[in-house]
Design a binder for this molecule. Sequence first.
Ligand SMILES: [Zn+2]
Ligand SMILES: [Zn+2]
Length: 420
Amino acid sequence: MTDDLLTHVDDVLPWHVNLYEDLHRNPELSFQETRTSGLVADRLRNLGYTVHTGIGGTGLVGVLVNGPGSVVLARADMDGLPVREESGLPYASTTTATDPQGRQVPVMHACGHDMHISCLLATAQLLAEHRADWSGTFIALFQPAEELVAGAQAMVDDGLADLIPKPDVALGQHVMGLPYDTVASRPGAALSASDSIKVTVHGRGTHGSMPHLGIDPILLGSAIVLRLNAIVSRELAPGHFGVVTVGSFQSGTKSNIIPGSAELLLNLRSYNRETRSLLRAAVERVVRAECDASGCSAPPEFDDYQSAPLTQNSPEVHNKVFAAFANRFGDKAVLMEPSTGSEDFSDIPNALGVPYLFWIWGGFDPDTYRTAEADGTLSTTIPGNHASTFAPVMEPTMRTGIEAMTTAVMSYLAKDANNA
Ligand SMILES: [Zn+2]
Ligand SMILES: [Zn+2]
């Protein structure tokens, strides 16, 4: 039955290519996806979906009930990034927008979320137009502000659970800076948990020539940076994944002033709860101990200002969907390496209490990015997500994305799948 639906991809592809080019030309920043969600809502209504808009800001869902069977939720994210596009595409963005700080910034779909929207809408269309091929309920969810790791939780907090039937499974996908001949999934931890912490340490300001009258927060901060870098190498068991990065260290204004305080921005990555709490506890212990060693004027402050949940795929869902991928894509379906990137997708299934799968697929022709090295070898430098040159090729990326999403959904909703 699945193959029946996929034989119609060519019928829906041109409309979605047009939509993709339109979305790519007109990206919107996180929580500003008004035009995008309007387009999506109109399309879902025309296809016969029951649509709820304005969930968590610009989020929306379309629900299609088509007889008894499983309830499947599939999610796409909608936001662009403050990046000036340098892709050279004929449909490149020249859009600007006002960011939350009031600055005018360029905006680009540099993470491929426009591809996610187009592919999920195409799956929604295939299901709406071929209802005899499946049975159950399909929920297409479009979330804002993935790039702020905030949009999924915003939809949950705004009562998502009361607007939709409880799903049996949730699905999501991401196009990546990888060769286009890959669709990759894995059971268990697929994307890392991410935690950002602002640490403020308080010394005592003084003249640069009279250090004995003060407590130097720059020396203190430097000791903290060095010591934090020992957490992963000395406290985490070899072979376990963890990252502790100090991404910003700000203090002082002038060479002859010892400032009063310093601010450090930290980012932690982990693949399980134990490592996550080990890293967080070690950071706090190290900072407090170094502040004590310096005789600080006040205790340090910790502001946990942004975190992304662990993306931990259900082995059962992976096994079912990956078998369907292998059937569909042959050796293009591969096991995914765990990624150090992060996502907020899992906030939705976690809140609804349902198992989930998040997979990735490649969007780039490696031949385009092959360069000859001085020694005669060839190397491939495909742009990563968020690069100003991030530009998935239309063919076959969109077709693969539509086929992957539809295949995964149909592994639950095809008439012969319901009894499985
Ligand atoms: Zn991104
Ligand atoms: Zn993304």
